[in-house]
Write a protein that binds this ligand. Sequence first.
Ligand SMILES: Nc1ncnc2c1ncn2[C@@H]1O[C@H](COP(=O)(O)OP(=O)(O)O)[C@@H](O)[C@H]1O
Ligand code: SF4
Ligand SMILES: [Mg+2]
Length: 447
Amino acid sequence: MPDIDLATPDLATPELEPTGARPVPASRPGTSHTPTIDQDDPGTAGTGRTDATGSPSSVPLLRIEGLGVSFLERGGIGRTRVLDCIELTVRPGEIVGIVGETGSGKTTLARAVAGLTPADRGQVRLDGQDILGLRTRARRRFRRGGAIQFVFQYPLRSLDPELTIGASIAEGMAIAGVGSRSERAERVAGALTLVGLDPAVAQRRPAQISGGQRQRASIARAVVADPRLLLCDEPVSALDASNRNHILILLDELRRRLSVGIVVISHDLSSLAGIADRVVVLYRGRVVEDGPIADVFAAPRHPYTALLIASAPDIHGRNRQAAAALRPAPAPGIPDPTTTTTTTTAATATTASTAAAGPAPGPRPDARDVGGCVFAHRCPFATVDCDTAPPRVEAPGRPAGSWISACHHDRTWRARLPTAAAGTAAATAAAGTAAADTSAVRKETSL
Ligand SMILES: Nc1ncnc2c1ncn2[C@@H]1O[C@H](COP(=O)(O)OP(=O)(O)O)[C@@H](O)[C@H]1O
Ligand code: SF4
Ligand SMILES: [Mg+2]
């Protein structure tokens, strides 16, 4: 049986004809900057995000404040903190991308928002309602309302292979006792049309349709509930290039037609570049950067974001050298655990690190546990401040379009790059925005 448990009821099913993906918004470089640790630049302008009616959507649909999740360690003694101090906002009709390496907490974040993984601190508000604070019965009612829906990487997590596509899509409505059988069939047909499938697909089983069609069907299962928020966890990672594009275009259309907020989790930056308004970068369970995607991709403020972007061949194909300059120099005799391409990079990394102020680079203690920066042990620009003082991104109620980064030196580290690497980084950063909406199949980037 599928493990999705977010049910389904009412549905409005406007018709949809997939069109071209929305172009990446033009870059809006930041304005004045004060190098504080709590960056919040409303002056960097919003994305101009509009809801389905074309009006600017400044009212948050989803507001996450101070969210923390921890898991019991093996043996039951102690807890491992997986998410900490998460701040995130999604507006109606907005697509927010979440990126970060494997294990950074992306899936846990989505599950916590959906109430599938318990949070141990913080708030999650949907349309102003604190959904983590709901008691059992109210929580069940909320789930049955279907306001938050999941789309998984593998559609078979939400489509039962034994059921017809139509029965899977109607399942939530049937459980909730919504409508008659024929009314539910009508809604299923509407949802299939909405995602660009022939309603006749309802009679087939998942094995009888293609991978791309299966992902469309799983999206139909989500939208049949008339959700406010779609959480898409690696929705295109299992698809080929062509299907990937079609699904991304579909998500872009859905947010306009339904004014639904969409969170797209991906390790693949290029998937997000063509559709997302904002990108949130997670590292070891913390938000390290959050801003308009075109701005962030063009000139990332956090060294980890810069490394992530520089290491993505499809975004910055010529940026290997700059990526090396963003990695710490390995200590003599100790391989750098953060890279799989150490052989050609050590010299450049050493140069970059030598140019940096502060203590000698190389393996550093993990500063997270003593309140320092989560990236300090990997960052070639770390100074003593970074080991002890926490860079913060908390800025409750910050306006749309703000751009924040959790780095003490977010406006100065770039100047410490060796000239050649900085030049390459700048050139490829500029190229990156244009290259960002290419959409070939990408491999996961190993940092
Ligand atoms: N149910 C769980 N129990 C214990 N640890 C978990 C559980 N779920 C996830 N984790 C851990 O939380 C961290 C983040 O996992 P996850 O959210 O899946 O990361 P991502 O989706 O970014 O790859 C990982 O170290 C993972 O092992
Ligand atoms: S705060 Fe310091 S260690 Fe952290 S990313 Fe910025 S420069 Fe690097
Ligand atoms: Mg995951």
